[in-house]
Design a protein around this ligand. Sequence first.
Ligand SMILES: [Zn+2]
Length: 164
Amino acid sequence: MNLLLLTLGTFWVQLHGVPAFCMTIIVAKAIGAILGEVLWVDNRDGTYCVGHFIRIHLRFDVTQPLIRLTPDTFPKVGERIVNFKYEYLPENCFACGKIGHLTQVCIDKYELSQGSLTPSLLAQFSSVFVDLEGGTNLRGNSIGSSAQSTLTPSPPHKTPIHSP
Ligand SMILES: [Zn+2]
């Protein structure tokens, strides 16, 4: 049995902020490699990725905190921030930013060793997954959410739905 495999998960990840003329498979693979192994790039016409963002199927280590964004330098436009949005985030933890366990489990462990959480720490933890989940598909239609809020009483931020 290969234990390493148990830490890997596959997810659809959206890349927002790539200049339109740079939305190619090559660019998608290069940026996706920051997160993990790119299994597939969602392209509809063979060369360019069609839509408001690039969408890639990725395999990565789920024991690491999710990466939120990366600065990238593009020809002619210079540096741009590319934001990552994860589709259908599974059980996730606001405290450490990782997926695969719920916040309460992590908070309990933290409090056992560190004592009770302060309100400011709690607020900091609560913001980990805000706006990290993809809210729309390539056509701008809502794809719903699987994120569960176990810590914050307020609903998670939703990406506004853009009309096509
Ligand atoms: Zn955790």
